[in-house]
Design a protein around this ligand. Sequence first.
Ligand code: B12
Length: 313
Amino acid sequence: MASTAHFPANASHVEPAPIPIAIVERDTGIAKDTLRIWERRYGFPNPQRDANGERNYSVEEVEKLRTLKRLMDRGMRPGKLISLPLSELRDMAQAMPARTRSRDEQAVVDGVIGLIRRYQASELRVYLQKLLIQQGLRGFVSQTLARLNQDIGDAWARGAINVAHEHIYTQAVQNVLHGLIATQPVSHGRPRILLTTVPGELHTLGLLMAEALWVADGAECVSLGPQFPVADIPAVVAEGSIDVVALSYSQSFNSTQALNSLRTLRASLPRQVEIWAGGAALGGRRRVDGVRILGPIESTSDTLADWIAAHAD
Ligand code: B12
């Protein structure tokens, strides 16, 4: 699978493979349509065409697009930036004030990034476990982890950490939250919530954070792990007496595809089965009939309380 991981300057000169538009959209978060409009309007990016006339982008163009996206995420307008050289954009991104973090919050981020850069996986797990005990489940999940996910993502985007470091972070968070979930008594409660992501979405931390909060609130959670075919969900719902299907779509997932997968699922499930979906790809004003699009992770408890109130005998 093509990826646009960072291209080290000293690598012996192997011409990097040109990158198709779908991968550029996924890795940069800039929609295909926007890429085509910029090409027409600003002459950048200026992709080559392959034998089938498909656009192919260079690693340098993707690097510039990723840096442009970071500056746009901070409110800067593309028209003012797009003609500037990558080096100048990088300097602007470097000079950008880090996300506002208090001294303690920044100390946690620096601590975590220090441990993953030194591949100290077990120390990281112990460090996160200590924060969980100090802050309690709700504070740890909705404040610390929600913030850390963003900071780890930013550190990867600016090349301060690599994909292996992201995996070490992910495994440590999974170990801590799975450890917590494992200590919870079997609730036999309702609703019975099925958790998964659709094919193409590998990001599961958002779902695991929701699961940890729902299990602590007494719901019965059935997690299938990532990338479960949408067409196979109805059978699991029927056989598993599932009341709610919960899905997550991260910033790397195409929003239109996310909405389409939710519409397909909605049409294939009985009305009384609810669908709850969250994640940055669904941020903002998006709506799908018969689907509850949930905001930040804090919304999990209210959503659960609503269901319980609505299904009280
Ligand atoms: C860990 C991580 C990975 C891990 C994932 C491991 C795992 N098992 O989860 C690995 C290393 C595999 C990975 C891979 C990739 N990643 Co990644 N990843 C991340 C990171 C750091 C955290 C991911 C995460 O789970 N976040 C939690 C999500 C779900 O948070 P959220 O969307 O903001 O949702 C919040 C709320 O909406 C709510 N929520 C979310 N879901 C749900 C669901 C319910 C039901 C509810 C109630 C609430 C809720 O809780 C969240 C926390 O507040 C993010 C950074 C980020 N900001 O998210 C980058 C990030 C998402 N990844 C990114 C990219 C580009 C990739 C790759 C394409 C890189 C590559 N070239 O290989 C691949 C794609 C893999 C794929 N096909 O999905 C980019 C996306 C950029 C963009 N397109 O805009 C990000 C944003 C990093 C960055 N800053 O650039 N990644």
